[in-house]
Design a protein around this ligand. Structure first.
Ligand code: ADP
Ligand code: G6P
Length: 347
């Protein structure tokens, strides 16, 4: 086959349990790329997002009959997922199945043409080693059980009329498969956004104020981690005071090297929330290696989407930063291809 290596698709994997903020993250990411954050599959001419639920091999009835959940690899067709992601990466269009979340059935397939950036998001982007090897960058959204519960209640009770008991039961029912098949993928992620209950309020169980950690793998090509003040040192920072308005319980940052699942990582952590989003510029000015195009770009992005969930805390901040990092990675890969003769790029 003849393919132009300078147009090869860059593939990003985004893993998380359902209801954990993947679509919100995608909206922030595509906004950084200048796309329309409100359209669905085809977000901009550069980016296509594939929801991996489309590779369910068992539909809702099939899962019921066999007694397997959607999290179970047996309910998913990894051969087809691999074949199609590989084809797209090689510049070949595919007929991708569509899983219909309303009917629980597979709809007729749709044509997916190779975009500049393909994001595969869902439960298993890093589960199958063949698919994993196709990823140029991978992200895992790690929402702790306490916070997951708080978010589910908010959505499923308020918007879908489910009872507290049924939400609890559905989380419990998912747990074994989640722990067996989804959670282990975080060891492969280049960046993990970990969302935990705050430590600023003793024994907080409301799940409103969050402690969010951006765990960045060291030594990943085209990815240079963000840091606070001084690269490689360990820092605890309370920015509240003269330049930043903080009401109870305040804001606390942390930065330092750590080991995570056997990998060297550096971690930036934010506990607490912003009272005034425009003051984020003060925090932004103390972060380095943001891959922004101009001073204040992070703050501008956050202000632009102030209505998205998590805009006043570390979830929005770190999702935005990872978006900038992916844009940087994309630009570096494109630049490196322009310098490399055809055929000499990474296989
Ligand atoms: P997914 O695409 O993974 O199913 P969404 O991005 O649609 O997740 O988010 C699902 C729900 O979770 C949202 O409607 C919201 O209630 C809650 N949520 C997501 N991200 C956050 C956040 N950062 N802070 C608070 N709630 C959030
Ligand atoms: C999708 C989601 C899963 C969810 C499932 C519903 O596949 O990604 O997280 O569990 O739909 O499955 P069900 O068997 O209840 O229809």
């Amino acid at each position: 086959t003849c393919k132009a290596s300078d147009s090869q698709t860059i593939v990003i994997g985004l893993a998380a349990d359902s209801g954990c903020g993947k679509s919100t993250f995608m909206r922030r990411l595509t906004s950084v790329f200048g796309g329309n954050p409100d359209s669905n599959t085809l977000i901009s001419d550069t980016t296509t997002v594939i929801c991996l639920d489309d590779y369910h091999s068992l539909d809702r009835t099939g899962r019921k009959e066999k007694g397997v959940t959607a999290l179970d690899p047996r309910a998913n067709d990894f051969d087809l997922m691999y074949e199609q992601v590989k084809a797209i990466k090689d510049g070949i269009s595919v007929q991708k199945p569509i899983y219909n979340h309303v009917t629980g059935l597979l709809d007729p397939p749709e044509l997916i043409k190779p975009p500049k950036i393909l994001v595969i998001e869902g439960l298993h982007p890093m589960y199958d080693s063949r698919v994993r090897d196709l990823l140029d960058f991978s992200i895992y959204l790690d929402i702790s059980n306490e916070v997951k519960f708080a978010w589910k209640i908010q959505r499923d009770m308020a918007e879908r009329g489910h009872s507290l008991e049924s939400i609890k039961a559905s989380i419990e029912a998912r747990k074994p498969d989640f722990e067996a098949y989804i959670d282990p993928q975080k060891q492969y992620a280049d960046a993990v956004i970990e969302v935990l209950p705050t430590q600023l309020i003793p024994d907080d169980n409301e799940g409103k104020i969050l402690r969010v950690r951006l765990i960045q793998k060291e030594g990943v090509k085209y990815f240079s981690p963000v840091y606070l003040f001084d690269e490689g040192s360990t820092i605890s920072w309370i920015p509240c005071g003269r330049k930043l308005t903080c009401s109870y319980p305040g804001i606390k940052f942390f930065y330092g090297p750590e080991s995570y699942k056997g990998n060297e990582v550096s971690v930036v952590e934010m506990d607490g929330q912003f009272d005034r989003l425009d003051e984020l510029i003060y925090v932004e000015s103390h972060l380095s290696n943001l891959s922004s195009k101009f001073y204040g770009e992070v703050t501008q992005q956050m202000l632009k989407h102030a209505d998205f969930p998590g805009s006043n805390n570390g979830t929005g901040l770190f999702q935005t930063i990872v978006g900038l990092k992916i844009r940087d990675l994309f630009e570096q890969i494109v630049a490196s291809r322009a310098e490399t003769p055809v055929g000499a790029t990474k296989a």
